[in-house]
Design a protein around this ligand. Structure first.
Ligand code: F6R
Length: 241
């Protein structure tokens, strides 16, 4: 696992955008996977700006969504589906046929997870996965205690995840569960880029990067991933030794 520490929020966002562009420029058919949340907002904004300036071609890549809220209609503002399409795919010119996201409205969660797992296998695995970290160390919706061997699954969400999740919606939205790629798929991605910013993440970043590798801190599994790269600002890195 490598780590890079930057002065401010904008710099890792810019470096992360560059890494996505470099990945697609070296391998136009790259398989990408994106998280939502507050952390990558700057990355996606800069990625779109840089992609337009460099006339980057995203027409052959394939994109997965990392997770989704169960029971929230996809078009509703705040879902991973809506955010990724509006903030990333449409501005980049990525077509619907190049994208596979969880259907949070499915009435057959096992089939939905199988569909996701099969699609990832069919695409030959994920080249670059961009993730954030929850205050409790989650990646995607892999909450503390999740087996590192799991593939796509549904997950009861912890109080802190539900509380921060509510902020993504513009009105109170009933949420309790998520669908997520599992830690087995995070660990299998050829490159995992973990982004973190702000003092609020300092304590969990220290545990994830320097504490024991344990299911209690799902992000700690990245310590054993040779292709893991953590880009963070000084505030998030403040408790690292
Ligand atoms: C969202 C996701 C979550 C977030 C995490 C951090 O798709 O996968 O794991 O990355 O909860 O959220 P923010 O970035 O809002 O602090």
């Amino acid at each position: 696992m490598q780590r890079q520490i930057f002065d401010d929020y904008e710099s890792p966002s810019s470096a992360a955008a560059d890494l996505v562009l470099e990945t697609v420029s070296q391998n136009p058919g790259a398989v990408l996977c994106f998280a939502t949340g507050n952390t990558p907002v700057g990355t996606y904004r800069l990625l779109i700006e840089k992609a337009h300036a460099r006339q980057a071609d995203f027409s052959q890549c394939f994109c997965f969504g990392l997770d989704e809220w169960v029971g929230v209609p996809p078009e509703k503002s705040g879902t991973c589906h809506q955010i990724l399409h509006e903030q990333l795919f449409k501005p980049l010119g990525v077509r619907g046929t190049q994208v596979h996201l969880f259907d949070g409205m499915t009435d057959d969660i096992s089939a939905e997870c199988r569909r996701m797992n099969e699609m990832i296998r069919q695409k030959g695995g994920i080249d670059l996965m961009l993730v954030g970290i929850g205050l409790n160390g989650h990646i995607g919706f892999n909450e503390p205690g999740c087996s590192p061997e799991l593939e796509a699954h549904d997950q009861e969400l912890h109080e802190s995840t539900l509380a921060s999740g509510q902020h993504y919606f513009n009105e109170p939205t009933p949420i309790a569960k998520g669908l997520t790629l599992g830690l087995a798929q995070v660990r299998a991605a050829r490159t995992v880029l973990l982004l973190a910013n702000g003092a609020g993440k300092a304590s969990i970043i220290q545990k994830a990067l320097e504490g024991p590798v344990t299911p209690e801190v799902p992000a700690s599994h990245l310590q054993q991933h040779k292709g893991a790269l953590v880009m963070m600002d000084k505030a998030a890195a403040a408790q690292l030794t």
